[in-house]
Design a protein around this ligand. Structure first.
Ligand SMILES: Cc1cc2nc3c(=O)[nH]c(=O)nc-3n(C[C@H](O)[C@H](O)[C@H](O)COP(=O)(O)OP(=O)(O)OC[C@H]3O[C@@H](n4cnc5c(N)ncnc54)[C@H](O)[C@@H]3O)c2cc1C
Length: 365
């Protein structure tokens, strides 16, 4: 990275961190599901949080996007996840060969004028042989008719868009990736039952009722090679959620050291131990984030291993923060118990811990 692009990236991060500071005042409302931070999502866009990972001359660096998500997650895990949803969607648009679709949405998404989500959990599980693709399609003149439902897609609303993958009803395994407009009358959003920790994430079940998806909204006619191109970015951006959350867990432990250090010192995990894990995560993430188009097996194994460690380290850090905080951490308004609930989400959102272990177990050694 040359000096001028480095200072642009630094100034983006400063602006994103300034907006992220406002999350402290609303994190409790987001946690309770009283607020979907749509206005802040747009302001993060203005600050550059959704644009730093756009590829330039065939290369991209995800470090600032990951740090931006970390800045959000350090205050509020749900918003960190929303940041991932938005940045993943930008990543798909930035990598499509469909120029018209890119022109229609990319700059609006990257600047926060347009918001949207990604319904890729089901296909990501399906590519690992865990479940069937839930959306089916048939080709018609000028596009596709898509039918089926995705149980959970976040960062949605009537004026939002989402990316998804469907399988040709007549050709098993032939999958296409597309963008859908939530405002279309044949795309139905239904609010999900209340969630633990993630209730402010505007998460809906999305039903495609024989929805017409024009060719102009196709991200990739053949989803499999496209997913291979975007998969490392999809996963590495999630590590931002872990890094932010773990940073706050360390702060929580240090905050009680003066009053409780004389007894907390007997706990197995000390803030310094978690800090060591965090530093290693940060270093490896930055290294892998510099080459998201690496297609080697070795790189992919590293990405999966890092993502697995990120989920496990989040749960371990939040667990330690609870034990250090003691009774105060059990008060509903205290961050420690919110962090614990948020940490499990890092470990269960696709690719979940169990899927990552399956993928790694099945990789050639
Ligand atoms: C708050 C929240 C937000 C999410 N946001 C997104 C998103 O933006 N995009 C996205 O693609 N995925 C999203 N997901 C899904 C998530 O990524 C995981 O796929 C999901 O948590 C389950 O993953 P798993 O591998 O543990 O599967 P498991 O839980 O082991 O199995 C999942 C399968 O079980 C069935 N199932 C279990 N419970 C239910 C239920 N209540 N309703 C319907 N089916 C059920 C379904 O067949 C489902 O595919 C979200 C989940 C949650 C809880």
């Amino acid at each position: 990275m040359d000096a001028s692009s480095f200072s642009v990236q630094e100034s983006t991060l400063t602006k994103v961190r300034t907006v992220a500071a406002e999350l402290s005042g609303v994190a409790a409302a987001i946690d309770k599901g009283e607020l979907y931070p749509e206005a802040l999502m747009r302001r993060f866009g203005e600050a550059g949080a959704w644009a730093s990972h756009l590829p330039l001359s065939g290369e991209a660096n995800l470090s600032v996007a990951i740090e931006s998500i970390a800045a959000m997650a350090e205050r509020c895990g749900a918003t960190g996840f929303l940041g991932w949803c938005q940045n993943a969607l930008v990543w798909y648009l930035a990598n499509t060969d469909n120029e018209a679709l890119r022109d229609m949405y990319l700059s609006a998404l990257a600047s926060g004028k347009q918001l949207g989500g990604t319904g890729l959990s089901n296909p990501v599980k399906s590519f690992s042989g865990i479940e069937e693709l839930k959306l089916k399609s048939r080709k018609v003149a000028g596009g596709y008719i898509v039918r089926g439902a995705l149980p959970w897609v976040s960062n949605l609303g009537e004026d939002h868009i989402l990316a998804a993958i469907c399988e040709d009803q007549d050709v098993p395994g032939a999958a296409m990736m597309f963008v859908a407009d939530c405002a279309a009358p044949d795309v139905q959003l239904t609010p999900c039952a209340p969630f633990l920790a993630m209730d402010g994430t505007a998460t809906y079940s999305v039903r495609f009722r024989d929805s017409f998806i024009p060719d102009s909204m196709v991200l990739a006619q053949s989803a499999a090679p496209f997913v291979r191109k975007i998969r490392a970015g999809f996963i590495l951006l999630q590590v931002g959620m872990a890094i932010g959350l773990i940073r706050d867990c360390i702060k929580l432990m240090l905050q009680v050291r003066d009053g409780l250090g004389h007894v907390n010192k007997y706990l197995e995990e000390q803030p310094e131990d978690i800090e060591e894990v965090l530093t290693a995560l940060e270093k490896e993430t930055a290294a892998l984030a510099a080459t998201p188009y690496d297609t080697s097996d070795d790189y992919w194994r590293h990405v999966l291993t890092l993502r697995l460690r990120a989920g496990e380290a989040s749960v371990a850090a939040a667990h330690a923060a609870m034990l250090h905080s003691g009774a105060r951490g059990y008060v509903m308004t205290h961050r420690a118990q919110r962090r614990l609930r948020e940490a499990y989400f890092v470990a269960i959102v696709t690719p979940a811990t169990k899927q990552l272990r399956k993928m790694l177990a099945e990789m050639p050694s």
